[in-house]
Design a protein around this ligand. Structure first.
Ligand code: NAD
Length: 537
């Protein structure tokens, strides 16, 4: 039996080609595309091309397809009506019973019908860096439409609204103005700053909107609880922007782990290399530099790493400890000759954090103009950038800012069953993908966000696991495809009306938030926090 949409069969649906702009996953063995929204049927000629048995190919597809619903992609021998395992080959021509094919065709027809009807209407509250990105990604395959934008910054509001042809009466000065009117969208993306998640999230849920909420859910544990409870009460489709879960890399890794590739996972080592200039941009000069204006660094930056770890380990956390602090970006580290502003500073050449060195080279690079440069100024010229650095917060000396969040932190987590994880977030790295080592009873995996190297103890063999390639519009590749994956999963959930098939239970995101608070409490009190004990935050 092949569960869900990835169904093994002798016929291939080719009446309907996905739109060229669709983000589909290309499977190297067959050269064909797998779109999680549509049933995938394995054809004879594909098997011949791949030189594999149906079962081998399907196992490959499960790992490589990049579909968003792991639970709908398990592969195994057909199940007899009595629940007994059958030995029949998945592609055996004499095998007449393919009840899943009919089901898949039915699901496909419904989905196709849904695709051909009105697109999902999405409103954006907060047309900043993240809101703009999600809006553009939602439009990619034509299944969604941006119908309203709310942001007090008229430049950003109009920029996004113009790009999506949003009528002037649907451009709002605040999320309050949007939610106060009649409901004009099916769903809303809330991408305001951290301390402005709670009120809009609750208001939109109360107003009957489905919700894609930027992380962190909110900035107190109680607020997070209330938002998740409100989403459950409303029966809303609710996605938290834990984008790391949605990368082809993570989907591949998770399938490897679920297919017993390294036996039982015993421990994990995970690094978030924030990057020297990124840290200076966001956590010294930028929005997330002060806890009282946003939140603590681990919640602002790493709650999705903590969520990711729980996701790959697949067990609830039991205990946590943590250490870290603000080591470098302090007045007492300031070189004697440094000026308060980088443009006035004689150390521009030698200082790694010099603002013109960070921002001027972004000009002309579409992705870097979009981020980080667009946060600094919307005037994307040399003069515009220099003016922003001369007058704005991003031109300040990193040793003369009002920042207080930590620049390095380690977290140790013990999960149920004694499985352990260590996590490090640090400013003092290149700007790179996260790096992870997973140690299992029968093998280990080392991943750098782009490739996974597997050592199988049973055979002694090493294997480099290829990632599915994902076609993505230029400038929207953020988080290794995770931004696109999240938006696609959200739209899939809305189109199908089956959020559980495309999105994780929001309670998992909530658990990650509670674990992150526990870690911070452990750091501040130099203690070990028992998540099931009285000291749970
Ligand atoms: N998931 C991720 O990987 C990830 C990455 C970066 C940031 N984030 C989170 O995304 C959120 C947004 O970050 P950003 O970088 O896009 O910030 P941003 O400052 O670029 O955008 C926020 C926008 O909200 C607007 N805003 C302020 N008040 C408003 C109101 N009353 N109504 C409507 N809009 C209002 C601002 O004008 C601004 O344009 C933050 O919570 C941040 O922590 C998540």
């Amino acid at each position: 039996m092949v569960e869900g949409r990835l169904v093994g069969a002798r016929h291939r649906i080719d009446q309907y080609e996905p739109p060229a702009s669709s983000i589909a996953h290309r499977v190297p063995e067959t050269g064909s595309s797998v779109d999680p929204l549509r049933p995938y049927l394995v054809a004879d000629d594909e098997l011949a091309r791949a030189g594999k048995s149906a079962e081998e190919l399907l196992r490959r597809l499960v790992v490589l397809s990049g579909a968003h619903s792991c639970r709908s992609l398990s592969v195994g021998p057909p199940q007899s009506p009595q629940g007994q395992q059958s030995n029949s080959n998945l592609c055996d021509r004499s095998e007449p019973k393919w009840p899943k094919v009919q089901t898949a065709l039915f699901v496909w027809s419904i989905q196709r019908w849904a695709c051909m009807t009105q697109p999902v209407r999405i409103a954006v509250a907060g047309a900043g860096n993240r809101g703009q990105r999600y809006a553009d990604l939602a439009m990619v395959d034509g299944r969604a439409q941006i119908v309203a934008v709310a942001d007090p910054d008229c430049t950003r509001r109009d920029e996004l609204a113009d790009r999506h042809a949003v009528s002037t009466d649907r451009r709002f000065e605040s999320w309050e103005a949007l939610v106060d009117g009649p409901r004009i969208a099916d769903a809303v993306v809330v991408a305001t700053q951290d301390r402005l998640h709670y009120e809009p999230a609750l208001a939109f849920l109360d107003g009957g909107y489905h919700l894609l909420l930027e992380k962190p859910i909110a900035t107190t544990p109680e607020q997070c609880d209330r938002i998740v409870e409100a989403a459950e009460r409303a029966g809303a489709t609710f996605a938290v922007a834990h984008v790391l879960r949605y990368t082809p890399y993570t989907l591949t890794l998770k399938r490897l782990l679920d297919s017993d590739a390294i036996g039982d996972v015993v421990s994990v080592e995970h690094l978030e290399p924030i990057g020297w200039w990124h840290f200076a941009h966001s956590f010294v000069r930028g929005h997330w530099r002060r806890e009282d204006e946003s939140t603590f660094m681990l919640l602002a930056k790493c709650v999705h790493d903590i969520d990711w770890l729980s996701h790959v380990v697949g067990r609830p956390a039991r205990r946590v400890s943590s250490f870290g602090g603000l080591h470098h970006f302090r007045a007492d580290q300031r070189p004697a000759d440094a000026a308060d502003r980088c443009l006035d500073c004689v150390l521009q050449q030698s200082c790694p954090y010099s603002a013109p060195k960070i921002y001027l080279p972004c000009l002309g690079d579409r992705a870097r103009e979009r981020w980080p440069l667009h946060t600094v100024t919307s005037d994307l010229t040399v003069e515009g950038v220099l003016s922003a650095l001369q007058n704005g917060p991003y031109g300040r000396c990193v040793y003369a800012c009002d920042n207080d969040v930590v620049d390095h932190q380690v977290v140790s987590i013990e999960y149920e069953g004694g499985v352990t994880a260590s996590f490090t977030a640090t400013a003092f790295t290149g700007f790179e993908f996260r790096k992870t080592k997973l140690f299992g009873t029968h093998g280990c995996i080392e991943g750098d966000g782009t490739v996974l190297d597997l050592l199988d103890f049973r055979t002694g063999q090493r294997e480099r696991i290829p990632m599915p390639t994902v076609d993505m519009p230029e400038g929207l590749e953020g988080h290794g495809g995770g931004d696109a994956g999240l938006v696609r999963a959200f739209v899939n959930a809305l189109v199908s009306g089956d959020p559980a098939a495309h999105l994780p239970d929001p309670r998992q995101a909530l658990a990650a938030h509670h674990l992150t608070w526990a870690a911070e409490q452990a750091r501040l009190t130099a203690s070990v926090i028992d998540l099931f004990g009285a000291d749970r935050p």
